[in-house]
Design a protein around this ligand. Structure first.
Ligand code: GAL
Length: 510
């Protein structure tokens, strides 16, 4: 009996050691240097007459001075903060030059402002409260998220949205008194619950930091978590969001089934057409994110109904333990099965849900590290960038470890996601578990991801014939930010289990 007990103890200890030694968190992203470097989007869309806000994302030693040459009339750049603000009245394309200077030198880059009817000329970048705070979100949490977006330096890499998800409005019938408020005021305009005492003050706080604010609702009478939603009050609530100063609206589907239908395409499109029509009348740019889980192949018509992004599948983190499985299913398979890359582009993006890194809710009252292995985490960020997905982090932004931060802030990877050509990538070859994905970039180069969906490390081959290349290519490892060499005909590399080697390739003159 004692022997058996001893054996059991040894097995438990060995098991813990093996689990603990699984995959070290290897940081590949080099730390940003002290010299100034301009990051993030190179193009930005605004509608005439709408308030403009864009903070120049730049890394380098502080203090830093910002300047923009050839800004269109109506805009001004604050030299201390790099915030560009104002309004443009005249539609047009304005090519400006951004300059950032510190004691070590200066950096310069073109930045195009397009004043017209298109927003989201590159995929949105930001943070959302859902996967870490779910139904506990408060004003304080949102303010702390905005603080952390700045103090962590994420803002310097192009992240700009701080988005409240579900649970900010009344919850009729709740036993929690903070949620038991009148759902609407006497003009039928929606109220926030007691956890959000002053929404306007909250968005002012977020805007002062050079960031933008997002909110959430559903076309039915209730949100997915049973809070008051928009149904029947669409005009009033959108006006409310404008008054409150929001810049982004996630528009779900929940409870709409009780009052609408989903049988035909017009049924599915109806609630989105209704809100986007109201949004277009406002003198404020509110990016519209459709969250109906891909029904009716939404990628084919999301843009037509006024969406700037649309969820392509169910919640990636609906089951905490299932995140890894969902990543490979909804990330890789949904995309390749339906050739999603054909439909997205500047003004409208496929949204496979948030970056599930760092600390997340386990849906059981605890905040715990993501169940994704380090290699799976590299895989998520790489795949999202190749398919031009919004980069919206939904872990605890106030508790970022070095590894998570390094995944979120690799400027060469972000450059792929934010490429101004806006051509989402796609899979070009599959050989068992080995997949090669390719994205054409504005400068004529290609981002190429070599993925290994199997559990054991293996060589993955990117063949020029699959990629449409000829001749020699200069190959750069984007996570390490290092050139690997020059290759002809193919590029073969060892890829860890569930991992990726993300590269960029430039054709060399013969
Ligand atoms: C789901 C949605 C999630 C989250 C949740 C809130 O429908 O897909 O992203 O917003 O509702 O209740």
């Amino acid at each position: 009996m004692r022997k058996r007990f001893l054996f059991l103890i040894i097995m438990v200890i060995a098991g813990t050691l093996i689990a603990g030694s699984q995959e070290p968190k290897i940081i590949l992203t080099p730390r940003p240097g002290p010299e100034p470097r301009i990051n993030g989007a190179k193009i930005f869309g605004v509608r005439p007459g709408s308030p403009f806000l864009f903070t120049i994302p730049a890394t380098g030693k502080r203090p830093m001075k910002y300047d923009v040459l050839n800004l269109p009339a109506g805009l001004r750049c604050d030299p201390e903060t790099g915030q560009i603000k104002g309004t443009i009245n005249k539609p047009g394309e304005y090519l400006t030059t951004v300059m950032v200077t510190n004691e070590l030198g200066s950096a310069k880059r073109e930045f195009k402002v397009v004043c017209g009817d298109k927003l989201a000329l590159t995929p949105q970048m930001g943070w959302n409260s859902w996967y870490v705070w779910e139904n506990h979100v408060t004003d304080k949490i949102m303010r702390e998220a905005a603080d952390a977006m700045v103090s962590s330096g994420m803002i310097d890499h192009g992240y700009m949205y701080i988005n409240i998800d579900d649970c900010w409005s009344a919850k009729p019938g709740s036993t929690d008194s903070t949620l038991l408020v009148e759902p609407r005021d006497k003009n039928s305009m929606i109220n926030s619950n007691r956890r959000f005492p002053d929404m306007k003050a909250l968005t002012d706080y977020i805007h002062l930091k050079g960031l933008k604010a997002g909110i959430y609702t559903s076309p039915g009478p209730f949100t997915c978590a049973g809070h008051t939603a928009i149904y029947g009050n669409e005009e009033q609530d959108i006006m409310r969001f404008v008054q409150w100063g929001f810049d982004f609206l996630k528009y779900d589907w929940c409870s709409y089934d009780n009052i609408g239908r989903r049988d035909t395409l017009p049924d599915l499109q109806k609630p989105y057409l209704l809100v986007s029509k109201i949004l277009k009348k406002q003198k404020r740019d509110i990016v519209l994110n459709l969250c109906q889980y891909g029904m009716g192949k939404v990628w084919k018509w999301g843009k037509e109904v006024g969406g700037q992004s649309w969820r392509t599948a169910d919640d990636l983190g609906g089951s905490f333990e299932g995140i890894g499985t969902a990543l490979f299913r909804d990330g890789f398979d949904v995309y390749s099965r339906d050739s999603l890359h054909l439909y997205a582009g500047p003004g409208g993006w496929n949204d496979p849900d948030y970056l599930l890194l760092g600390y997340l809710s386990n849906w059981n009252g605890k905040t715990v590290p993501t169940p994704l292995t380090p290699n799976e985490q590299y895989t998520q960020v790489s795949l999202w960038s190749i398919v031009a997905a919004p980069l919206i982090f939904s872990g605890d932004i106030t508790r970022l470890d070095e590894f998570t931060l390094s995944l979120l802030t690799n400027d060469e990877v972000i450059e792929v996601d934010q490429d101004p050509l806006g051509k989402p990538g796609h899979r070009v070859s599959k050989d068992g578990n080995m997949e090669v994905w390719e994205r054409q970039m504005e400068d004529g180069s290609y981002a190429v991801g070599l993925f290994n969906r199997g559990e054991n490390e293996t060589n993955v081959t990117a063949n020029w014939t699959d990629l449409g290349f000829s001749g020699k290519q200069r190959v750069r490892d984007l996570w390490r930010q290092k050139d690997i060499g020059e290759f002809k005909d193919n590029f073969i590399v060892m890829v860890p289990g569930h991992g990726v080697v993300m590269t960029r390739m430039w054709a060399l003159a013969e």
